[in-house]
Structure formats: structure tokens, C-alpha cells
Design a binder for this molecule. Structure first.
Ligand SMILES: [Mn+2]
Length: 339
């Protein structure tokens, strides 16, 4: 669906005041929270009754975001969340496109016959029929798409909260403007947001300069002690067991960004962070250039995402997970060694 077609369809959908639930993905990141809050604040201005919901809690470094305290966390209050979902007229799906990414909310979502709209920048949308969908992989973030949507309705809708939330989404999904920039409009949109937001320096500081001592030491340990370099495959792997995470008093979000560091090595094309959580092994993939970690994650690790950033999970032991990862590398050897 092209932009004009989407805006046209959205016009009809949001004309009359409704009860709308804005839903984003499990393990929410800055873009999930930023896009959801900004879109909900815009819908509220249009007179809708809006709730924001995610499956599980978001990291502490996003808790300051305008409106974050009113987000419903499904695993903390599933009864209230079920009631909200059941009484909704419309569900807005933001920053994900596969039902498994709804986390604990997926079964409820499947059982409800409620109209849905989608705004997302991931590949291969396939889980549902939407009243209207804005799906574009050539943008930095879902927050950028939400900003485009709001700006389409008029710059006067952008206030300090909306602008700040959008900026958090774009800054975090581009690694502070270091990747996923596909066109100059990303910066034009940011310029418009910075005019209205709290100071950009402050946003950056609030998001990035919030480490606990344990988190910084975990990062140091991950790189010094745990980074495995496979020169043959231009690949780096960092695997952190449950016990290792616990020894640094792991908190949600503490491994955020760890996977990016090995890519700063000139010779590395793909970086993989493998972490052991309750019963599952989580994979986070990053790459440089045209090598698609989305394909690797989708084919072998029940996941997906973007060309240069993707995730996946396996239900097995850490040893089995690492064995599988090593086993599939030869298939990609030629591609990983291309310039
Ligand atoms: Mn995103």
C-alpha cells in the first residue's frame, strides 16, 4: 500500500472517535515504545480513547519517555489487558508484523475479531488482514513512519511529547544515526521534531548515559572474555550464559547494544549475540552491507527482522544453539567474505 493510499484509508478508519489499542512487540525497544506513544498521543488529539500495550516490560532507560507510565504490560496485568483488548474497536499494530512478536498477547490477538491497522518497517508482512497498512522497509524506524503520518495531518499535531517520543525511536533504531538511514528525509523529519522536543542532547543522555556499573562491566566482560572471532567467516560471536548474566546482576536491557561492538572491527561482517534466558536461547544478529541477517534468522532461528539487524530464538541448550550457529556458517562463507 503506497503512502497516499494508506493516508486515504486511515482517514476513513479514524474519522469517528473509537476505542483504540496501540500494540507493539515483545521485549519492546526504543522504537516500539516511541512509535506507540507518539501514535497514541496523536490519536488522542483526534478524540479517540487510546491505550498502549506490550507483552512484557521495557528497559528502565525508556521509563522517562513522555506517557511511558501509562503503558499496559500484559504479563503484569493480563486481566485488565484482556478487558481493554475485548472492548477495543480497533487495534493498531506498530513495529512488528509477525504474530509471534506479540508475545503473550498472541493467543488473545488471534481469538479477537477486531479490525487492525499496521505501521511497520520489517520485512515479509504476513500475519493478518489489515484495514490499512503502512509497511516500508526503506525507512529508519516505525517512529519515522508515524512521524510521516502525523505530519501528513499537519505539523500542528506535533507537540513536545510526540516529538520527543519520535526522536527516541529514530535515534535508537539507527544506533544514533550510524545505520538504517536510507534517505535524507529521515533528517528533515528529525529537524522538525527537534524544533518541538526537549533538547536533543538531553534525549541522547537520557537514553544512552544510564548504565549501571554492572552493565558496563558486563559489556567489558562480553568483549574481553567472551568474543569469539571466526576470521574465515568474518563473523564474531558473543555467547552469554544465564549464570554469567546473573553474576553481573542482569537487568532487562543490559545486553542492549552489546552485539554492535564487534562490527566496529574492520574485518567483521556479521556479529551474533547469543543469550540464555528462561528456557530459551535468544539470538541477536547484526551485519554490515548487503549481507542479510534477516535471511539467516528466518531460515534457521525462528526469527527475522531487517537486512542488517535481526533476531531469533531456539528452545535448546546453549551448547546445542552454538553448535547450530557454527554448522550453518559454511553455507554463508562466500557471501560473508564479499566486499
Ligand atoms: Mn523498529
Amino acid at each position: 500500500m503506497q503512502r497516499e493510499e494508506f493516508f486515504h484509508a486511515l482517514d476513513t478508519v479514524i474519522q469517528a472517535p473509537r476505542k483504540i489499542t496501540v500494540l507493539s512487540h515483545v521485549n519492546p525497544d526504543g522504537d516500539a515504545i516511541g512509535s506507540s506513544l507518539a501514535f497514541s498521543q496523536f490519536l488522542q488529539k483526534l478524540g479517540h480513547e487510546v491505550e498502549v500495550m506490550v507483552s512484557n516490560d521495557f528497559p528502565e532507560f525508556l521509563a522517562w519517555m513522555p506517557g511511558a507510565s501509562r503503558i499496559h504490560i500484559y504479563d503484569k496485568e493480563s486481566d485488565i489487558c484482556d478487558q481493554i483488548l475485548e472492548s477495543s474497536d480497533l487495534i493498531a499494530i506498530l513495529d512488528f508484523n509477525h504474530i509471534s512478536r506479540a508475545g503473550l498477547i498472541q493467543d488473545k490477538l488471534k481469538s479477537l475479531k477486531i479490525n487492525k491497522i499496521l505501521i511497520d518497517h520489517h520485512r515479509d508482512t504476513d500475519f493478518d488482514v489489515f484495514l490499512c497498512a503502512l509497511s516500508d522497509t526503506q525507512v529508519s524506524s516505525t517512529s519515522e513512519l508515524v512521524a510521516e503520518t502525523i505530519l501528513h495531518y499537519g505539523e500542528h499535531f506535533v507537540d513536545e511529547s510526540i516529538a520527543t517520543n519520535i526522536l527516541v525511536g529514530i535515534v535508537t533504531d539507527t544506533g544514533s544515526f550510524s545505520h538504517s538511514i536510507y534517505h535524507p528525509e529521515t533528517f528533515s523529519i528529525c529537524a522538525k521534531m527537534i524544533e518541538k522536543s526537549i533538547s536533543y542532547n538531553q534525549i541522547h543522555q537520557l537514553v544512552y548515559d544510564t548504565f549501571s556499573e554492572n552493565r558496563l562491566r558486563l559489556l567489558g566482560f562480553s568483549i574481553s572474555n567472551k568474543m569469539e572471532i571466526l576470521d574465515e567467516y568474518a563473523t564474531a560471536i558473543i555467547a552469554l550464559t544465564k549464570d554469567e548474566l546473573a553474576s553481573f546482576d542482569y537487568q532487562v536491557g543490559d545486553t542492549e547494544g552489546v552485539v554492535n561492538y564487534p562490527l566496529s572491527l574492520k574485518k567483521i561482517r556479521m556479529s551474533v549475540l547469543v543469550t540464555e534466558r528462561q528456557g530459551v536461547i535468544r539470538f541477536s544478529f547484526r551485519s554490515k552491507g548487503s549481507f542479510s541477517v534477516h535471511e539467516v534468522a528466518q531460515k534457521y532461528f525462528n526469527g527475522g527482522g531487517h537486512t542488517n539487524a535481526a533476531g531469533g530464538t531456539l528452545t535448546c541448550s546453549m551448547e546445542a544453539a552454538l553448535e547450530k550457529l557454527h554448522q550453518i556458517l559454511p553455507e554463508y562463507k562466500a557471501m560473508l567474505n564479499q566486499d
